[in-house]
Ligand binder design. Structure first.
Ligand SMILES: Cc1cc2nc3c(=O)[nH]c(=O)nc-3n(C[C@H](O)[C@H](O)[C@H](O)COP(=O)(O)O)c2cc1C
Length: 202
């Protein structure tokens, strides 16, 4: 390789390294900046581990916005100034996307500023179940680490739900209910979903 081309290639690789996450933005929709997550609240970790369980008594009331914020942050929030997350990812490539199906549409979680952006209109929840909200975990299908990443995320949410007494269920059934409507990057799929109810059981 010519010396100058070699330098440009090196600079491009360095830039990619610094930029980190690929740009995964979808079509423009309204954005809601969520209240700050409650990162000093909750029950002790060991008590949450003791209580973590599947509970299929899922009801359709909307969660209050502060609770939605903490729940999404538990799944995929940024917890350090360098943009890293509450769950680890292989090589810090951060190749996951999180969507939340609410009564007024499907929203993409934007962890960099703890906001959600609407990507689909209308109440799509019945395409999954009767839950208050449904989390959709998307990642590159068939990549070795994808399942590990989304598994870390749904476990965090399971622990948050145990802390708050919220019923939840990880579900593979109907995981692809919005396939074709969610404009995901090529090769990406919703790998698993997690339904959350609003009726507290404590
Ligand atoms: C990857 C995965 C997929 C699952 N898929 C479904 C599902 O499609 N429907 C369902 O009702 N439960 C589903 N579950 C919930 C399991 O049935 C549940 O976790 C299991 O019975 C153990 O119960 P526990 O979560 O209370 O420990 C799934 C769980 C995991 C981890």
């Amino acid at each position: 390789m010519h010396k100058r081309s070699f330098l440009w290639a090196g600079a491009a690789i360095l830039a990619l390294g610094f930029l980190g996450t690929p740009n995964l933005a979808l079509a423009n929709g309204p954005v809601v900046v969520l209240p700050a997550p409650d990162t000093s609240g909750g029950r002790p970790l060991m008590a949450c581990l003791k209580d973590r369980k599947t509970d299929r008594r899922l009801t359709g009331e909307d969660l209050p916005l502060p609770d939605l914020s903490s729940l999404l942050w538990a799944a995929w929030g940024v917890n350090r100034p360098d943009g890293r997350h509450v769950v680890p990812t292989a090589r810090n490539e951060q190749k996951v996307m999180l969507f939340v199906v609410l009564s007024d549409g499907v929203w993409q979680y934007q962890p960099e500023n703890n906001s959600i952006k609407k990507v689909l209109d209308g109440d799509q929840r019945k395409r999954f179940d009767n839950a208050s909200l449904i989390l959709l975990y998307a990642a590159p299908a068939g990549e070795l680490f994808s399942g590990m990443h989304v598994g870390s995320m749904y476990q965090n949410v399971g622990l948050y739900c145990a802390s708050e007494g919220l019923p939840n269920c990880v579900k593979y059934t109907r995981h692809d209910a919005l396939a074709g409507e969610l404009k995901l990057p090529k090769g990406w799929k919703v790998l698993i979903t997690q339904s959350v109810g609003s009726a507290r059981n404590r």
